[in-house]
Write a protein that binds this ligand. Structure first.
Ligand code: HEM
Length: 299
């Protein structure tokens, strides 16, 4: 059952963790992505945070666009179709997959593992995308911004670090907002998975024993939370949402309750389905395979 917190003037919040409830709330007509900032100080501060994902020319990053925004839906469909070309895309990023496989089996990499992941993700959009320690630092700044408490958030804004990170990511993405989303925000889930794969691989003879699909299922991670707002007051199943309630959908907690279904991590089948829902599991499986191949070749 959803946790509802209401403190007048401060916060109006619903935290949803149960998988079925989470999918129902995500699908409800009154539940929207754009945040009004109404409902309390906390609601306002979250809305102000997400407002930075609107580019100077008014373009909005895709995961913050309204469900009924026709541009969002059109971009989602065309990206989904481009990313369904899984074989050739994984071939394109074969050098990065080899590097990640080497990392998973305990090898050292000349650059941060996150840089390799960011470059792999960037190259799904732009074949000559080059990631660096600076571009990865920019992605980490934006990730930190999303979860920062007020003092840190104020520092990130006032120091200029936030603006510099947004500029860096948007320039590297050549104005493609889906590429910006993937190389700044979505990539962190893949970094977590690769880190977990390394832990898994270094334990006993797991690397030889565990098949790539199983390794993928054990290490796939979803975003901790995605944010919505109830535009009007309504019941969604048993959950009573008052108008202007900020809704946190705890995707990773829900996924853990359905760990055999990788689709939940990507909202597969829902209106906001991640366009990379087929590619990411295949990519993780390939990284595990690359780590194993080297073990077998080297043994
Ligand atoms: C482990 C990796 C990933 C996970 C778990 C993941 C999960 C998700 C989830 C849960 C959403 C919905 C967010 C919401 O509705 O608020 C989403 C949206 C999206 N994802 Fe992913 N994602 C991953 C990687 C990627 C990658 C690699 C790409 C691109 C190559 C990508 C592109 C997108 C885009 C463009 C959207 C917005 C879709 C829309 O128009 O509504 N994601 N993703």
């Amino acid at each position: 059952m959803a946790l509802i917190i209401t403190i007048p003037g401060l916060v109006r919040l619903a935290l949803v963790r149960d998988p079925d409830e989470l999918l129902r709330v995500n699908d409800a007509g009154t539940v929207v992505r754009p945040l009004s900032g109404r409902g309390g100080l906390f609601n306002r501060s979250v809305a102000e945070k997400l407002a930075v994902f609107r580019a100077a020319d008014g373009d909005i990053w895709p995961a913050f666009r309204d469900r009924h925004d026709p541009l969002r839906a059109a971009h989602q469909t065309s990206l989904e179709s481009a990313l369904s070309n899984i074989g050739p895309l994984l071939e394109r990023i074969a050098p990065e997959i080899t590097e990640l496989g080497n990392y998973v089996r305990g090898g050292r990499t000349p650059r941060s593992m996150g840089v390799v992941v960011q470059q792999a993700v960037g190259r799904l959009f732009l074949p000559d995308y080059v990631a660096s320690e600076e571009s990865y630092a920019a992605a980490r700044t934006l990730q930190a911004w999303l979860s920062a408490w007020p003092l840190r958030a104020a520092w990130l804004r006032r120091s200029g670090a936030l603006k510099a990170a947004l500029d860096h990511i948007e320039v590297a993405s050549q104005g493609d907002m889906a590429c910006a989303h993937a190389t700044a925000l979505a990539m962190h889930n893949i970094v977590k998975s690769i880190e977990l794969m390394r832990e898994l691989a270094l334990h006993g003879d797991n690397l030889a024993k565990i098949e790539p699909k199983d390794a993928m299922l054990r290490t796939l991670r979803a975003p901790a939370r995605v944010v919505r707002e109830a535009r009007d007051g309504d019941f969604v199943g048993l959950v009573r949402l008052r108008s202007r309630t900020l809704i946190l959908l705890a995707v990773e907690t829900a996924r853990q309750q359905r760990a055999s279904d990788p689709g939940l991590a990507f909202f597969a089948g829902a209106w906001n389905q991640c366009p990379a829902h087929g590619l990411v599991p295949a990519l993780l499986g390939k990284v595990w395979e690359a780590a194993r191949t080297r073990v077998i070749a080297g043994s």
